[in-house]
Design a protein around this ligand. Structure first.
Ligand code: CTP
Length: 398
């Protein structure tokens, strides 16, 4: 599994909010992904969570005091600031945001941010009135103007009892922002990658449709891997309930026709098209605007073929990757699709194999290229499958 965060020095700056408990989870998840986490706490934040909580998770000292007599370096904030690959200010209170906007340096957190040239991601957490206050909004604009990334907040129930903007993002989203920042210099930096994902739905009447089992997980996992390698990533997705990956543009469509239109529109501005979607091959030949009644015991539904998207864009000058989900004759069927659809690569998978298939988090995939060479990836989590496909794409691009 590619470990983007392995041995990366990440500073988590924690300021005083009830969302401090989420920062403990954040430190834990990042440590599990191999990052070296230095936690810097404002004095106020220690009222919510003790430094010991962070220390026992990160196995590293926690800095709470600008003047620490036990410190091995005389200028601890400078040392932390300079070795940081990224700084997450999570949670960021209105007070800490104001200090960062003004460039104050009267505690470990603000001093570390001021002394660092690493990317800074600020995750606000506060009462909705404090967030909406013109002074806070002005400070946020200043932070953005100096290149800091504002991640959140989200609307929802707040500790003050109010419902509104002020909830810190979930840990998975904050990690998405971090990977987006760290991946910017990756091998796909500046490349535009278009990925289709999931199923399409073809309506029969206002309540019924035909579709398939595709969950969209494969396409979304490729998109996350592309983002983590610096690509400018867009997904065109059919209906699904997956969270939108941070830093990826998601266009939602419903029908095969809409997926075709969106792909034709966006491919002009892309370097790569990866068709991971299970596009419906047939659509009802007529749509009934009224709900069809049960009527007789048998009913014949007439279908017409949809347009094959890859065939439609076969002459576009982009790298094209298709998928072949087969239940028999895997290599023969996949190779025929690769040739007929003028693809650079095809990811072939046997949907009947263990650890494969639509809802699964893993996939058993073979990558076949235009010269017929087969690369057996084995059974991997879908993110890793995506990573391998992108490594092949990266080679073709260079
Ligand atoms: N595909 C497409 N447009 C369609 C149907 C499929 O672009 N209308 C793409 C898929 O996204 C996939 C590739 O073509 O990348 C192969 O799709 P698949 O469903 O395996 O094959 P089909 O070409 O539809 O042929 P069949 O259903 O007969 O296997």
């Amino acid at each position: 599994m590619p470990r983007l965060l392995e041995n990366k020095h990440i500073v988590i700056g924690v300021s005083g909010s009830i969302a401090c408990h989420k920062a403990v989870d954040l430190a834990s998840k990042l440590t599990q992904e191999g990052a070296l986490i230095d936690v810097v706490m404002t004095p106020e934040s220690t009222h919510f969570v003790g430094p010991t909580a962070f220390q026992s998770i990160t196995h590293r000292p926690v800095a709470t005091n600008l003047f620490n007599p036990l410190s091995t370096t005389s200028m601890e904030h400078i040392a932390l600031a300079q070795r940081a690959d990224a700084i997450l200010v999570a949670p960021a209170t209105a007070n800490t945001i104001a200090k960062l906007a003004l460039g104050l340096s009267d505690d470990m957190l603000s001093s570390t941010v001021l002394a660092s040239s690493a990317p800074v991601i600020v995750c606000p957490a506060m009462d909705g009135h404090m967030y909406q206050n013109a002074a806070t909004q002005e400070n946020i604009k200043k932070l953005e103007a100096t290149g800091k990334t504002m991640a959140g907040p989200r609307k929802g129930h707040l500790a003050s009892g109010m419902t509104g903007p002020g909830r810190m993002l979930e840990v998975s989203e904050i990690i998405g922002y971090l990977k987006l920042a760290l991946g910017r210099s990756g091998d796909l930096s500046g490349r535009k990658i278009l990925i289709t994902a999931g199923c399409t739905r073809e309506a029969i009447d206002p309540v019924r449709f035909i579709s398939n089992h595709s969950s969209g997980k494969m396409g979304y996992a490729i998109a996350e891997a592309a983002r983590d390698r610096g690509a400018n990533t867009t997904i065109i997705a059919g209906p699904n309930s997956l969270p939108e990956p941070v830093g990826v543009v998601v266009t939602k469509i419903v029908t095969a026709k809409e997926m075709l239109e969106a792909t034709v529109e966006k491919i002009r501005n892309s370097d790569v098209l990866i068709m991971a979607a299970a596009v419906a091959d047939w659509s009802p030949s007529t749509f009934s605007s009224q709900k069809l009644k049960k009527g007789s015991a048998y009913w014949e539904l007439k279908l017409k073929k949809t347009t094959d998207i890859l065939t439609q864009v076969r002459n576009e000058q982009v790298i094209k990757v298709g998928f072949a989900a087969e239940s028999e004759n895997l290599f023969e069927n996949a190779t025929t699709k690769l040739k007929n659809k003028n693809l650079d690569l095809i990811a072939a998978n046997d949907i009947t194999a263990e650890g494969s298939g639509f809802e699964s988090d893993t996939n058993r995939v073979f990558i076949i290229d235009s010269s017929g060479i087969v690369d057996d990836l084995g059974t991997l989590v879908k993110y890793e499958v995506g990573w391998h496909i992108l490594s092949r794409v990266s080679k073709l691009l260079s």
